[in-house]
Design a protein around this ligand. Structure first.
Ligand SMILES: *[C@@H]1O[C@H](CO)[C@@H](O)[C@H](O)[C@H]1NC(C)=O
Ligand SMILES: *[C@@H]1O[C@H](CO)[C@@H](O)[C@H](O)[C@H]1NC(C)=O
Ligand SMILES: *[C@@H]1O[C@H](CO)[C@@H](O)[C@H](O)[C@H]1NC(C)=O
Ligand SMILES: *[C@@H]1O[C@H](CO)[C@@H](O)[C@H](O)[C@H]1NC(C)=O
Length: 897
């Protein structure tokens, strides 16, 4: 992400090396006595001298891991033995030899030494090895073999036709670019990147041409990583002089072209520089994006041939007319720093006046440094010693570099701790040693904690001591504005697969800026959820931009800014819980198309995904669950039921925390892993999670029956009919008493309100009317002198209730459960139980009434089969009529009274 070595990290010694022989023993020791005074020696390695191996190629990964290729050259150094000796040397000094399958590599590759085996570490999983298929340089297919860090073959890819160059993007997600200048006016490019879901798989994501007008030719080009993680090209072109050429017409021109990260959009060429002077040469030594949001810097060298200084005059007439050789012109190099922005506007062209002590000395390498400066390394002196000097980002001289010892064959800059590593090779005995050296004697203080010179401070910095941290602040050293790069938080999981907790771009609702320099970002409650875990935060380049230039400021890469959590977990945890999730439109459509097997798989896979995301032990989530469409939702999205079981000693966290985390993860779905997995991505972020709770019995009809229209009508019917029946009966009984029972009539005058209340209440069950004559606590309210006749009616009325209300409702619920094996937990069950219980109570109650008061049997007998006179004795005369009327011609009853 911030590793600004591009071309320089590849070091290919090829045939420049001496033959080196390595002997058998393989061991490490600290501080080799020979070099102790200057370097830290961290690894010395002896090889089998009988193999006659020598260093052929090396690549240094950003963490200091080295990929080394050794080879045995033939006598005239035109070929190497057909084998691939690759080693990975880890920063801790361990060496891992790779056993790469080479049968795919045609034999002529071992003689194409200048171009073959441009090996690179692409990311922490994979390595690229390049070779050719076809030995005609014009038509050969440049081929890449992707292997893992153990040397296992993963993939073979065609990079392009002809011998091209490879440029590894600083941003690992952007992979690498293969380019080749096919003729004077055209460069062909192809971009390859790891697939986002699987970083071990490389895909070609785009390709195309860059062409210029045919009156010019491309003299050279450079590639660099652009602010958005895409690629930039700088082209140096020279106009072909024609007849109608004017003196003021430009000859040399420099252009920049940007290709976005997805290799889709390519900008027009932006003119950065032009000159009408016909310089001997004009090259860009390198270009790179700056780390501080000031755009891009290139180092431009202009070469001019100047006449040699006049020779001391030779005395005339001497010699035999043999002219002294004409003095050769000397080449003078002038260097410029060229700065520009992504928009193509040039911010500065600065002539570098003091370019080291010796401006004409050959320069071997330009190394961009962590601080934004550059290290300029001279070609080795006669003793093989390398020295150089620092150049500030502004192009000023920044002091001398004392250099590496005489016999360094390879050297590389390790940005992660600002050191140089170098390889020393010795012949007696034959071994190689890797030494490291602090780049500077003076300790320059940078914020190594974040490996970002633009960041002054962050809160929190290393520890979070209590739950519920809700924001992170980052203080920059310059005014900034938000841009599209992401800030992401990962949890470190033991098996090495870090778990993304949250991610969102700078320009989002979760970020704010104070005082132009202090960024505050929101932390979701699910993010730092584990009480004892390690997390790291990454910031993309271009999370913030420089306010001055609106150019990306570098971010923080993986595994740099760590935060550990440490607080005590509660001892008490909730028991298990049942929750509901809702699927969105896609999810609802998806499962509507599934059969029951399909649903089973869907459910199981969904639970697998959730268990990885939360994370929670898979065994704590149910294996099967029920679903149905959401009755509260107009879209009828589907609701799923999930059970979360209690934690054990080994399967934390508490159910309550799981529920809270999951709710936050789903609600912030777009910014969490929920949207990264195929099935969890179908969850509805507007719903989050609901914990199920009980709802009243009557709710069943209103909320649940309507999902199944066939139940709706009966449910309503068997709710409305009993209510109507009970209300009418209750009213009828009261009125009847009022007009036929004088004692009741008197009592009623004093208790009208109570009676009207009970009349309403008894619409649920007419038996409630019994209350007013219950003599409860001997209160006058509850001592209505109700006639036996009324009691009988109440009894039969409530008996009827069992059949017109309780039993039908019970049947509906049973049918509902059967029809809908998928249950909107647990209300229908509850309502089923309550309906069942209600029947039992009613039966018991009526039986009790019957036995205790002997209401129905005596009366029923009398009413049904005996003469009414019997009853007259018990109650009043008129009750018989009433009973007769009730049983016979109900309609007239009221008129009769
Ligand atoms: C820098 O890192 C390399 C490899 O990771 C290590 O060998 C070296 O000792 C480090 N240098 C310093 C000064 O810490
Ligand atoms: C250069 O190559 C491109 C692509 O192959 C081709 O279209 C173009 O005509 C060539 N130009 C010249 C001058 O040969
Ligand atoms: C930020 O993350 C989102 C989602 O992962 C991704 O689509 C986007 O490209 C990222 N932005 C940048 C600048 O990488
Ligand atoms: C913002 O700037 C003002 C004045 O420069 C300063 O007093 C204040 O403390 C700053 N606020 C923060 C949060 O740093």
């Amino acid at each position: 992400m911030y590793y600004y070595i591009i071309n320089s990290s590849h070091h290919n010694n090829r045939r420049h090396l001496l033959f080196l022989f390595f002997i058998i023993i393989l061991y490490d020791f600290k501080l080799s006595p020979c070099y102790a005074q200057l370097h830290d020696t961290y690894l010395t390695h002896y090889e089998d001298p009988s193999k006659g191996l020598t260093v052929f190629d090396s690549y240094t990964y950003k963490d200091g891991t080295i990929l080394l290729q050794l080879a045995h050259f033939n006598a005239d150094e035109s070929c190497i033995d057909p084998s691939l000796n690759l080693d990975i040397i880890f920063p801790d000094g361990t060496i891992n030899p790779l056993n790469v399958p080479i049968y795919q590599i045609p034999i002529y590759n071992y003689c194409m030494l200048d171009d073959v085996f441009m090996n690179s570490i692409l990311n922490e999983y994979i390595i690229l090895i390049t070779y050719f298929i076809g030995d005609d340089v014009a038509t050969t297919s440049h081929t890449g073999m992707i292997i893992d860090w153990n040397g296992n073959w993963l993939q073979t890819i065609e990079l392009g036709i002809g011998i091209g160059q490879i440029n590894i993007n600083i941003n690992e997600d952007s992979g690498f670019m293969w380019t080749r200048q096919v003729n004077d006016t055209t460069i062909v490019w192809s971009q390859f990147a790891p697939s986002p879901m699987n970083p071990t798989e490389i895909k070609k994501i785009g390709s195309g041409f860059i062409t210029i007008s045919p009156i010019s030719i491309i003299k050279s080009f450079q590639m660099f990583t652009s602010s958005d993680g895409g690629n930039g090209f700088t082209l140096v072109t020279k106009i072909q002089k024609t007849a109608d050429y004017y003196v003021t017409d430009p000859i040399w021109e420099v252009y920049a072209i940007f290709l976005d990260k997805d290799a889709i959009e390519i900008t027009p060429p932006y003119l950065l520089y032009q000159t009408p002077i016909d310089w001997a040469d004009l090259v860009l030594e390198f270009c790179r994006k700056t780390t501080d949001g000031s755009g891009y810097n290139c180092l431009m060298s202009i070469k001019n041939n100047e006449p040699a200084p006049k020779q001391p005059k030779q005395p005339k007439g001497k010699g035999k007319g043999k002219a002294a050789p004409a003095p050769k012109p000397i080449t003078v190099t002038t260097r410029y720093r060229l700065s520009f922005l992504s928009s193509g506007s040039v911010t500065n062209i600065k002539k570098l006046l003091s370019f080291g002590n010796n401006p004409n000395r050959d320069i071997e390498k330009f190394i961009p440094l962590y601080s934004g400066e550059f290290l300029i390394v001279y070609s080795p002196d006669d003793f093989g010693r390398r020295t150089g000097f620092f150049l500030t980002q502004e192009g000023d001289y920044g002091g001398a570099w004392k250099g590496l010892d005489s016999d360094i064959y390879h050297y590389e800059y390790l940005e992660h701790n600002e050191t140089m590593w170098g390889m020393i090779v010795e012949n007696a005995p034959y071994f190689w040693t890797i030494v490291t050296d602090r780049l500077r004697d003076v300790n320059v203080e940078y914020n190594y904690e974040h490996r970002n010179p633009n960041i002054l401070e962050t809160i929190p910095n290393d520890m979070i001591m209590e739950k519920g941290l809700d924001e992170i602040t980052i203080q920059y050293d310059k005014p900034i504005i938000f841009s599209s790069g992401n800030i992401s938080i990962y949890q470190i999981i033991n098996d090495g697969n870090d778990l993304l907790r949250q991610t969102y771009p700078g320009m989002s609702e979760f970020t704010s800026i104070m005082n132009d320099t202090i960024v505050t970002t929101k932390v979701f409650s699910s993010t730092f959820s584990n009480p004892k875990a390690s997390y790291y935060t990454t910031i993309d380049d271009g999370f913030v931009n420089s306010k001055q230039y609106n150019e990306a400021i570098m971010g923080i890469s993986k595994n740099v800014w760590f935060v550990n959590t440490s607080w005590n977990e509660p001892d008490l945890c909730l028991p298990s819980a049942t929750i509901l999730l809702r699927l969105n439109a896609d999810g609802t459509n998806y499962i509507n198309g599934l059969d029951s097997n399909g649903f089973g798989n869907f459910y199981n896979n969904l639970m697998n995904e959730l268990s990885e995301i939360v994370p929670i032990d898979r065994s704590r989530l149910s294996d099967t669950g029920k679903f149905q469409s959401d009755p509260f939702d107009s879209n009828q999205f589907t609701i799923l039921q999930v059970e979360i079981s209690q934690p054990t000693k080994y399967t934390k966290p508490c159910v309550k925390d799981v529920i809270n985390d999951l709710d936050s993860l789903i609600r912030n779905k777009k910014y969490t892993l929920i949207s990264y997995y195929p099935l969890t991505n179908m969850l509805d972020e507007n719903f989050g999670i609901t914990i199920t709770h009980f709802i009243l019995d009557v709710a069943f009809v209103i909320y649940y029956a309507q999902q199944l229209p066939s139940f709706f009508i009966p449910s309503i019917l068997f709710l409305v009919i009993p209510i109507g029946f009970n209300s009418i009966l209750a009213l009828y009984i009261i009125l009847k008493e009022r007009y036929t029972n004088e004692r009741f009539s008197k009592w009623l005058m004093h208790h009208t309100k109570l009676v009207s209340m009970f009349t309403i209440l008894s619409s649920a069950d007419v038996a409630i009317l019994n209350m007013i004559s219950s003599r409860l606590a001997n209160l006058p309210y509850f001592s209505a002198p109700v006639s036996k006749d009324a009691e009988i009616k109440i009894f039969w009325g409530s008996f009827a209730n069992i059949f017109i209300e309780d039993v039908p409702q019970f049947i509906i619920r049973v049918m509902y459960l059967q029809r809908n094996s998928i249950v909107y937990d647990p209300i229908p069950i509850f309502s089923l139980i309550s309906a069942g219980v209600s029947i039992i109570f009613s039966l018991i109650g009526r039986t009790f009434d019957a036995l205790y008061y002997k209401i129905p049997f005596s009366e029923k007998k009398n009413v049904g089969h005996e003469e009414p006179t019997d009853i007259i004795e018990i109650t009043s005369n008129k009750s018989i009529e009433i009973i007769e009327n009730q049983l016979g011609k109900d309609d007239d009853t009221i008129e009769i009274t």
